[in-house]
Design a protein around this ligand. Sequence first.
Ligand SMILES: *Cc1c(COP(=O)(O)O)cnc(C)c1O
Length: 365
Amino acid sequence: MELVRKNIRSVEAYVAGKPIEETKRELGLSSVIKLASNENPFGPSPKALAAMKKAIGEVNRYPDSQSFYLKKKLALALRIKPENIVLGNGSDELIDILIKTFVEDDETILTSENTFVEYAIIARINNKKLLTVPLKDFRYDLAALKRKITAKTKLVFIANPNNPTGTYVGKKAFDAFLSGLPRTTIIVLDEAYDTFIDVKDYPRGIAYLGKKNVIAMKTFSKAYGLAGARVGYAIADARWTPYLERTRQPFNINLVAQAAAQAALDDTAFLARIRRETLKGKRFLYDSCTALGLPYVPSVTNFVLIDVKRDCREVFKALLKQGVIVRDMKQYHLDTFIRVTIGTEAENKRFVRTLTRIIGRQHSR
Ligand SMILES: *Cc1c(COP(=O)(O)O)cnc(C)c1O
């Protein structure tokens, strides 16, 4: 233990959503649904599945370390150059690559409280200092963030939309935030949920390419239904990407994942269906919360933060016993909140049915 570096000893372990298999095993349940990790409940696109099956026979070979065809396809779809793209083993790895590439030992990283915990964990693993400001009304407080920025602030991580709150910062506020920042500060927009956005004033990081120190991170883990394949990408200035490329592991995107992501990009009909189903499910969850008298935070993502108005850990456990996995927000000090991923219609109904029973029971006590 004392042989382990200090920063590693003090790092908090990432708490993943409870896996379905583990829950079945531990609680002896035969039917379990998981609404805990903002995954796509409809599976991968059939096109991606077929491409993966085809690719799997070639895994005796190393994958293309440049992911040439995937980058080419992405560049075409996004109307940028392949030189503007860096692929990561999920955006989780991109966070690590960005910190390793940009942040000197005496420089700092800035983000919000109650946001994606990986920024803090990966900063700590890299022995870099991370500062935070509180959220304001469940939203990133850009004014407070800006007040904290100094010449030593190298990276600012903004999850837009934010996880676990589902809120976003609008274009006007973001543009005001960008103006007058030090030339040595880079803003990283983590756009893991951008596919679900249904508002007009959402600032897309790609629009700032070549104009501002903004890097966008995206992922195939959420709307595209490829969380298990591990593909994310950063969109960044071509002056920076060669260095990001040097930092990453040469074979970070495996052969099956490269094939899956390429095919997924082709299946626009699948993506449209996911968006439709997610919106429908979200409206159902909103209506159900209202009927139950439970406040929720309006979300532009595929998950909803719900105030269950009682200890969230207890509600989490009661739901789990009934085979419904959600996230309780104890870790975020939102002690009465749970975060629920929008599932299939049947899953959403089962969640609401189970929650209604639990809350009714606690009421009558
Ligand atoms: C889910 C999520 C990610 C995605 O991580 P991957 O490593 O690409 O699976 C990134 N950022 C946020 C805010 C997320 O919620």
